[in-house]
Design a protein around this ligand. Sequence first.
Ligand SMILES: NC(=O)C1=CN([C@@H]2O[C@H](COP(=O)(O)OP(=O)(O)OC[C@H]3O[C@@H](n4cnc5c(N)ncnc54)[C@H](OP(=O)(O)O)[C@@H]3O)[C@@H](O)[C@H]2O)C=CC1
Ligand SMILES: O=C(O)[C@H](O)CS(=O)(=O)O
Length: 492
Amino acid sequence: MLDVTAKIPLKDPDLFRQANYIAGQWVQAESGKTIAVRNPATGEVIGNVPAMGQAETRRAIEAANAAWPAWRAMLAKDRAVVLHRLAALMHENADDLAAIMTAEQGKPLAEAKGEVVYSASFIEWFADEGRRVYGETIPQNAKGRRIIVTKEPIGVFAAITPWNFPSAMITRKAGPGWAAGCTGVIRPASQTPFSALAIAVLAERAGMPTGVCNVITGPSGETGKELTANPIIRKLSFTGSTEVGRVLLAQCAATIKKTSMELGGNAPFIVFDDADLDQAVLGAMASKYRNTGQTCVCANRILVQDGVYDAFAAKLKAAVEGLKVGPGMEPGVTQGPLINADAVTKVEEHIADALAKGATVVTGGKRHARGGNFFEPTVLANVPRAAKIFGEETFGPVAPLFRFKTEEEAIRLANDTEFGLAAYFYARDVGRIFRVAEGLEYGIVGINEGIISTAEVPFGGFKQSGLGREGSHMGIEEYLEVKYLALGGIGA
Ligand SMILES: NC(=O)C1=CN([C@@H]2O[C@H](COP(=O)(O)OP(=O)(O)OC[C@H]3O[C@@H](n4cnc5c(N)ncnc54)[C@H](OP(=O)(O)O)[C@@H]3O)[C@@H](O)[C@H]2O)C=CC1
Ligand SMILES: O=C(O)[C@H](O)CS(=O)(=O)O
C-alpha cells in the first residue's frame, strides 16, 4: 500500500486509514482492487481505499445487523457516553482531521477545522437527543383500555454521503442513527473517504462496540445496489445530487425503506432596496463562496432590486476581489480548488452560456492562473432569466446578479425552480420580512443571515430538494419507528 501519510502533516498518522472498517476489523477488498484518492489542489494521489463490491457490502450490513440488538438494548444515557467520548476525540484530533479533509477535499484549513467542529456538534447534539425520545399516552377510547405510543430504533441504516462535507454529512446521519439505537453502514464519496474512515478510528477508540459503525468504499453502483436492495437496511439517508437521489429512491422502493434525501439546491439571494447593503455583501460572500461555492445551500442566484443594484454590485466586486485562491494548506487562502475537472467544466459552461445571452463579467470569469481545478471567484452582471445559471445549481464560485423591480417579482423569480432547499433575503421593513418569508417556497430561509446551518435546526428542502429533515429534534425521528400499544383487560 502506498505510504502517503508523510504528505499530510499528521500528529497521529494512525487516523489515516487506507482500509475499510467492517465488524470492528480493518479490511481490504476481496479482489485486492483499490481506488486512488487525489488531492484536488495538486492532482497527486494521497492514498488508496479498497474497491469493495456487493459481497463486502453485504458483510458490512450483516455486521451492523448482528450488533443491533445489544446496541439498542443499551440505555440511551450509556450510548450518549460513547457518543460524547467520540465527539471529544474529534475535538482533540481536530488538527489532524482538518489536515486529512483539506488533503482530500481541498477546502482551506480554517474551513476544514470549522467543519470538524460542525461535524462533532451533530454527535454532541444527538447524544443528548437520544435521551429525549419520548412516547405518549392518549386518553382511552373505551373503558378498560389504555393507549400507549412508544418510539423504537428503526434498525440498520445506510448513509451515502457527498464529497463537499466529508465529515459533517457523515455525523449528521450517523449521529442520530447511533443515538436512536440504530447501527449502520456508511458509504462516503469516493473522492473523500478518509474523513469518514478517521471517524471510524475515533469511534473505535471511544468504545463504540464492533458492528455499530461500518465504513465501506467502492464503486457507487455495486455498493449502492446492495445498500438499497438489502432488506436488512431499514433506513437510507442520502446527501447529493437530485439526479442520484431519484435513482436511490427508486432502488429503495422494492423494500419500502424509510429514506431521507438532502438533494440539490438553487438558492435565491434577494437584496431589497431597504437592505443594509454592507450586511448583504457579508451575507452574500459567506453564502456564495463558502467551500468555493460547493454547498447545497450556496446562493446560486443573486436578485437585486433596481434601486440598489449598482451600489451592491460595486461592493460585492470589492469583497470578491479580496478572496485569496490557492491550496487549502497555504496560509491566508480563502478559496480552495474545485473538487475535480468536471466541476471546473460545469462552472465554465454556466459562465459562457450567461455571457452568450448578454451577461457581463464584473470580476473573475475564468480559470485561475494557478491552473488545475482553481477558478477565479466570479461575479456576473445583467444576467438574463434565460441563462442556464438561473435554473441549474452551479456548485462553484460564481455570483450571477439578476435585476428585479417589485417585491412580487422577486418572490416569483425566487420560486421559479424545481428546487426548494435554502433561500436568503436582506430587508429591514418588518411587513416585507413576513410577506417575503411566507412567500418563499423553501425549507430554509436566511433573513439578513448568510450562514444558516447548525445542528439545532431542521435542515431540509421543499420540492425536489429532498425529503425529511436533519438536525434539530426532528433529525432523530428519521431513525425511529412509532409503535401504538392498545392495552385492554384493565377492568373498569
Ligand atoms: N445536496 C448536496 O449537498 C450536494 C449536491 N450535489 C450536487 O450534485 C452534483 C454532482 O456532484 P456529485 O458529487 O457527483 O454528487 P453525486 O450525487 O453524484 O454523489 C453523491 C454521493 O452519491 C454517490 N453515488 C453516485 N451515484 C450513485 C449510485 N448510483 N448509487 C449509489 N451511490 C451513488 C457518490 O458516490 P461516488 O463518490 O463514488 O460517485 C457520492 O458518494 C453537484 O454538482 C451538486 O449540484 C453534490 C454534492 C452534495
Ligand atoms: O450538503 C451540503 O452542502 C451541506 O448540507 C451544507 S451545510 O449543512 O454544511 O450548510
